[in-house]
Design a protein around this ligand. Structure first.
Ligand SMILES: [Zn+2]
Length: 254
């Protein structure tokens, strides 16, 4: 889980990695025989039993620096990635982070250009909601706008099916996961979803500027202990979570 790629001298939320560090981290994956791909490609490969050696790379918030700094590094290694953008804030800034620093977000035109790189560069444009709100605190109308509304807007902008949603702040509960599924997404990313872990609450590991190769190795090893594995089918996740709400019924009706 990455966010911004650029100068990380002023970075109170620890969301920035320098292009040089990103390059070394992707090189580390490459040396271990691993390849970075978008989450959509990772899930599609897993579904046909070909997920081994693939690592989903995600860039949250849709910072403008993705195009300038992250894309050239990804291209150098031949890696794909998913960029989670906020269609309600295109061309704006990360106003939801009170401490700043202000970082410009991709414009609509830039998002459209990146979406066109899906086939050549393995890039996936997916939704981070509309405006970066905690969805577990949103009422039904806002939750609908942030999930279904953002998906429709992004689909219109890119001319492609929007498969993925990333929960702002990684916060998700059963109601939010159900809304993501009902909105037509095929998967959703969280951070540490615990018992909700599944296709609609994919766990992710934060990777930052401090992550040198030995720290990456440690995170890679500890991940197996700290997070439960993602079941291959989403119905397994619902059964595991033991929730009796509509999620399983929806999954079964497909
Ligand atoms: Zn975010």
């Amino acid at each position: 889980m990455y966010h911004s790629v650029g100068d990380c001298s002023d970075d109170p939320y620890r969301i920035t990695v320098s292009p040089g560090r990103l390059d070394r981290q992707l090189g580390w994956l490459h040396r271990r025989g691993l390849r970075g791909v978008s989450v959509a490609d990772l899930l599609a490969a897993r579904a046909r039993g070909a997920g081994r050696g693939l690592v989903g790379l995600t860039f949250d918030d849709g910072y403008a620096d993705f195009a300038d700094h992250a894309l050239p590094v990804l291209r150098r290694w031949g890696f794909g990635a998913t960029v989670f953008v906020l269609p309600g804030r295109l061309g704006g800034t990360n106003e939801w982070d009170p401490l700043g620093p202000r970082k410009p977000l991709l414009t609509a035109e830039a998002v459209r250009r990146l979406a066109d790189l899906a086939d050549t560069d393995g890039l996936e444009i997916a939704s981070h909601g509309l405006t970066h709100v905690d969805l577990t605190r949103a009422d039904d109308a806002l939750l609908g706008a942030e999930t279904a509304g953002s998906r429709a807007l992004l689909g219109e902008l890119t001319g492609r099916e929007v498969q993925g949603l990333c929960y702002p702040y990684g916060t998700v509960d059963r109601r939010v996961a159900d809304a993501a599924r009902a909105a037509g997404y095929r998967y959703a990313c969280a951070i540490d979803p615990g018992p909700l872990t599944g296709t609609f609450a994919l766990p992710r590991v934060h990777v930052g500027e401090d992550d040198t190769s030995w720290r990456l190795l440690l995170k890679y090893r500890l991940n197996r202990l700290r997070r439960r594995p993602v079941p291959l089918t989403d119905t397994d996740a619902g059964a595991e979570a033991g929730a009796g709400s509509g999620a399983e019924a929806v999954a079964e009706s497909r």
